[in-house]
Ligand binder design. Sequence first.
Ligand code: SF4
Length: 468
Amino acid sequence: MAPPRAQRPRVVAVADGSPAAAAGLLPGDEIAAIDGQVPRDVIEWRLLVDEPSPTLDVVRGGLSLEVVVGKEAGVPLGAEVASALFDEVRTCDNHCEFCFVHQLPPGLRGSLYVKDDDYRLSFLYGNYTTLTRFTELDLERVITERLGPLNVSIHATDPELRARMLRNRRGATSLRWLRALLDAGITVHGQVVVCPGVNDGPALEQTLAGVLDRYPELATLCVVPLGVSRWSPESSLRAHSAAEAAAVVDLVEEWQALYLRVLGRRLAFASDEYYLAARRPFPAAEAYEGFPMHEDGVGMARAFERELLGEVAEGLGVAPGFFSWVDGAPAEGYRAPRRPPPARGEEATPRLGPPLAADPRPVRVLTGAYGARVLGPLLARLGRADVATLTVANRFFGGNVAVAGLMVGEDVAAALAAHGAGPGTRYLLPDVCLSAGRFLDGTTPEDLPVGVEVVATDGVALRRALVG
Ligand code: SF4
């Protein structure tokens, strides 16, 4: 799959009453340059349009025109653009055997097969970068523009093992950039994908020691198990056994105690999937130190518990990241918003059905096999016998894929059919499995055999859907 090509920023929305609207900018306009400079990405775009009265070279219907936007420095332009990167996405030159892109079934939308290793997507969306294609110029830009936090894939601190895992000799040396980023005060989160028999056991211990020795400024280090789909071309890849998962949990917890003594914080966290695979109880909510890696599946279960049981007022949901303040639209094809954009006059968050108290129908919450193990006991604590989970077996990906985020339409439809789904039951679908309103297999909730209500994937939203 070829990476997306370079493209000019294309305006997709202009806010009423904004400086962009006053200057006559229109959706569909392409911006060739701002004050003579061609922005490479939405980060540069933001910096350029932040200037007072920027001059935009606009291409409209094949004609070139100049638009001067009258505004003060720092006043938002009020125009959204269609993508985050205007030059080409930097693709990855690694060949990790555990790469999930290599484990996707054929025929999915093209953007899912793009293996990016672009620090800008790390900054914008929280994607992980191995830094094997990072350069001196990139470092200078990250430091100058303070492009943090960044997420870095570590996997192993032993150079030879890391190069072997990435199947790239530069994997042996690219963590020097991590040291440089930390030296410059950039916040970095690290990740270790653990493959049984490769970087677990003594190798994982060496990595945890290496982090303390060489990268103690890391904000967090999340330790996650590899996912193995039935499409994996690597015969040596296998899921952890329960005993192997328990050994990883034990090791991480042992090192947490050490980090806590030396650094005053736990630093490393095993993901929720590890506790489920090991059949161990999750650590207490406090042990997650504010849930900084919630979106990476670390502490999700405990956070959800607090939210569903009404112990906190707000759900953690999706970290808003950079796009909470930039006036650019999320990139198409990367982390698109879970729901499609609302049509004009439509509410941004569609209304759910009536709360349970007002609706006598039983409720089934659709979720993956792991989600059901977390959610089932929590729903029971709500004291409603008519609310339960409906587990969606993941036949599409197969293997050990059991998280709600990878549920696809055809598996959801099969679970509904097996349940004899009909209008006598309310079905709630977490939006984590959708991207711009579509499942990974390209279908939409409207294609399902019965109507489902899409709810935000946090305990507060689910509680609201259930009890009003
Ligand atoms: S670095 Fe990431 S995208 Fe690249 S091969 Fe490895 S797992 Fe896949």
